[in-house]
Design a protein around this ligand. Sequence first.
Ligand code: SF4
Length: 446
Amino acid sequence: MGGPEGGRTAHIITYGCQMNAHDSDVVMRTLEGLGYRGVDRPDEADLILVNTCCVRDSAEEHAFGKLGELRRVKERRPGTLLGVMGCLPQEPEAVERLLRRAPHLDLVLGTNQVGEIGEILAEAESARGPVVHVTEDWFTPPPPPPPRQAPLKAYVNISFGCDNWCTFCIVPHTRGPERSRPLEEIVAEVRALVAGGTREVTLLGQNVNSYGHDLARPVAFQDLLAALDGIEGLWRVRYTSPHPADFTPELVAFIARSRTVCPQFHMPAQSGSDSVLMRMERGYTRARYLSLVAAIRREVPEAAISTDLIVGFPGETEEEFADTLSLCEEVGFDRAHTFMYSPRRGTKAAAMPDQIPLFVKRQRLHRLNAVTDRLSRERNEAEVGRVREVLVEGPSKKDPKRLSGRTPQNRIVVFEGDPERWVGRVVPVRITAANTWTLFGEPMPA
Ligand code: SF4
């Protein structure tokens, strides 16, 4: 079977975090190497993959809903192969659940099998039933194939898995223990991207700043940042997600003087209450978190600080929740990603007593969002009148007649300008207006 322009076609539907988005990208690059062409619609594809997330119940239900829809696509287009990848198949008993609820599946691959898609596909093409490759034999995957064309901004995996076992989190189950890629291999990948035109890289890992401790010759995260700092043509380095417990004074000091690492600190606090942090087994206290914020403000005064917060963790009292609200006020977060706690099978927190009723979680989320949205708006409004260096990415998604880019602090800036002249360049922009999510400005004369 072939697509409208000949050759085999593939479509990937991605749920979840940046790690999943990057895995989808790596799979698509591998498929292109096998002669596939990406298409925008599942009903034009010979291969459809659903890259799943299981961080929250709702994400899992979305994936099952999508697999139900895709059954009809498969019925109309016999011969289409349908597969599932991502975190869901790695959950306890999830493969059985998947094959029971979606018996029309042809292949299921685990998070560590991303690099094996070619072999698994060849097996699925000749198999009579679903082909399942999900293991807990965790290893460090080989380097990904290079993209056909290097993007302006690229993601690069530096480590896989996590050793922290926060009590609410499914990731150590679904992505295994932490495995760092060798420093030289990462530097070579970034060099190749930069040679192709990439100007900004975001380093990816479940816990990026514990990078390197598991290598045969251990290195620190700032050793990797220092190596990247020396790559000519690389303008900006970001990383996600770091863990507050692994931010050392040396790392903050390095970032303060780095040429490329952006003044943007994403520090997932999760809660402002010591007793909740203890139950989450996060490895830091509110005081330690605040002292880190103070060090960042002192060393990198221009920094933006963002966070992730969970409301309704088991046993969370009104006082404990109030501690999260007061942490937000005390830090003045530039941005916050806020979530209701969702119990995940197999985690310690799912078995804790005093699960919080949904209506209480909803109400707390609403109250928290009111605070974090106000803080984001205030922090953005404080940008008005400043001049920021904006890496121009292309037309604004919401307003395609104008351009959009990001400041070093990762704020989105929308402004009028000539795409031919400015896309792919860093342009000084004077900020003239702001709302909760976006800055607006005018480019400064060259
Ligand atoms: S550090 Fe992050 S990925 Fe690791 S267990 Fe904790 S929340 Fe999950």
